[in-house]
Design a protein around this ligand. Structure first.
Ligand code: 5GP
Length: 129
């Protein structure tokens, strides 16, 4: 079972942003930028292009709605999107509020307090529809 499946099941805590029957979105614990969100299919699949075309398009559709909420919630120039997966072998779309190129590089990291994580997650969730 992947660490993200444990998060989806509530066995490991997370700062939840959005959820439906197939997908779960939560804040990255080691964010590139404030509001950095991960969108994960509940079905545990390692690589994004091993999803069926239908599953892939549904993931993009859900990520679109999360990105819209994120843009409203967090001041930034744009929402960057990235899929890597070298660390956690469970498909996840990185949605990152981006203002400078370094926000999309996985070397610059933001330190946030528990209260800041909660506040950002709640603000994004409030804009999600
Ligand atoms: P990737 O697999 O695309 O290289 O990156 C995995 C991402 O998952 C990283 O940005 C990392 O900070 C995040 N991550 C790893 N473990 C956890 C966790 O337990 N909780 C949360 N919220 N994020 C995690």
């Amino acid at each position: 079972m992947s660490i993200f499946t444990k998060i989806i099941n509530g066995e490991i805590p997370s700062y939840k942003v959005a959820e439906n029957d197939k997908f779960f979105a939560f804040l990255d614990i080691n964010p590139n930028a404030k509001g950095h969100t991960l969108v994960v299919p509940k079905k545990e699949e390692n690589k994004i292009f091993d999803l069926s075309k239908e599953e892939y398009l549904e993931l993009m559709d859900f990520s679109y709605s999360v990105a819209k909420a994120l843009k409203k919630a967090v001041p930034c120039k744009r929402i960057g999107m990235s899929v890597v997966g070298l660390e956690v072998p469970h498909v996840h779309v990185h949605l990152i509020p981006t203002s400078i190129m370094a926000d999309m590089q996985f070397t610059k990291k933001e330190k946030l307090t528990n209260d800041e994580f909660i506040e950002i997650a709640n603000t994004i969730a409030a804009h999600f529809n």
